[in-house]
Every structure is written in C-alpha cells, then in structure tokens.
Design a protein around this ligand. Structure first.
Ligand code: HEC
Length: 140
C-alpha cells in the first residue's frame, strides 16, 4: 500500500516539475499570448513585433492622419488650401478657435476643395481633430 502511494506521489512530483520547466521559447510564446490587447505601436517602429502592429486598433496620431489624408493639399496649397507652416495663412483661421477648426475638418468647408474629413471617410472625428491639432501646432 505504502509503495503505491509513494509512486503516485513520485509521478505527481515529476509532473509538476515538468510543468514549471518551460524553455525560453515556450516562455516567450506564453508571454506573447497573455500580453494586453491593444498595446499601441507606431507604424514604422522597428522595435515593434509584426503581430503587435497587426493587432493595434487605436486611433492614428495627428501626424499620421495628416501625412496620409491632408498633406496632398495642405503641404502644397493645392485648391487654395492654407499651407501647413504658413503662419500668415493660418492666423485668421486659428483666431476662430479650435472648435471651429475641428468642425471644418470634420464637416469640410462647403463650396471649397475642403471636403468633409478631407475626404478620409475612414478617419474618426478624433483622428481628424488630432490632424487639425498637428496642422495648427506646425503653422504658428
Ligand atoms: C482636396 C484638398 C484638401 C484636402 C485633402 C484637405 N484639405 Fe483642408 N482645406 C482645403 C482647402 C481648399 C481649404 C480652405 C477652405 C477655405 O477656403 O476656407 C482647407 C481648409 C482647412 C482647414 C481650415 C478651415 C477653416 O475653418 O478655416 C482645416 C482645419 C483643414 N482644412 C483641415 C484638413 C484636414 C484635417 C485634412 C485631412 C484629414 C484636410 N484638411 C485635407 C483643402 C483640402
């Protein structure tokens, strides 16, 4: 009887010893699986692992939105757009206040080349606000 109990314990011990001995690769795999979701990662950041970039769903920065959706007009002045960096062109617009500029960014300026969200239908209002902030910060 004692022998049976003893060998049962031995098996348990062996099993638990096995369970805690993970290789580095296994440990890394477990850590990757239990990582918090939504950990943000800037596009082009080489320190980020590819799977983390793919999982990132947070809003894009103002600079990113500007570079993809606004720069075409606002860096060249195309269609009469106030150029980013041209403090004179922006002074009167900035004087209207942030809310007015946010509204123009989201709704567009009727009768001009400034379409709603600058044409970026996939952009959230929050992302457009960030892009406006970026443009204003670089035009004063
Ligand atoms: C197709 C060209 C075009 C694109 C793309 C574009 N804009 Fe514009 N934007 C304009 C023009 C033209 C004006 C000037 C409108 C006017 O006469 O007041 C303007 C004006 C603005 C103003 C000032 C509005 C005001 O009330 O004075 C803001 C803010 C603005 N754009 C934000 C953005 C943002 C943010 C994006 C990108 C998401 C963007 N624009 C993309 C053409 C563009």
């Amino acid at each position: 009887m004692h022998r049976v109990v003893f060998s049962f314990l031995a098996v348990l011990l062996a099993a638990s010893a096995f369970a805690v001995e993970l290789s580095d690769a296994q440990r890394a795999a477990v850590e990757a699986r239990i990582k918090p979701v939504g950990e943000s990662c800037m596009e082009g950041d080489s320190t980020c692992g590819a799977p983390v970039v793919a999982a990132s769903t947070g809003p894009r920065s103002g600079e990113e939105v500007y570079n993809t959706a606004c720069m075409a007009c606002h860096s060249t002045g195309a269609a009469g757009a106030p150029k980013v960096g041209d403090a004179t062109a922006w002074a009167a617009r900035i004087a209207k206040g942030t809310d007015a500029l946010y509204a123009s960014g989201v709704n567009g300026v009727p009768g001009t080349g400034m379409m709603a969200k600058g044409g970026c239908v996939a952009c959230s209002d929050e992302e457009i606000h960030a892009a406006v902030d970026f443009m204003v910060a670089n035009s004063q």
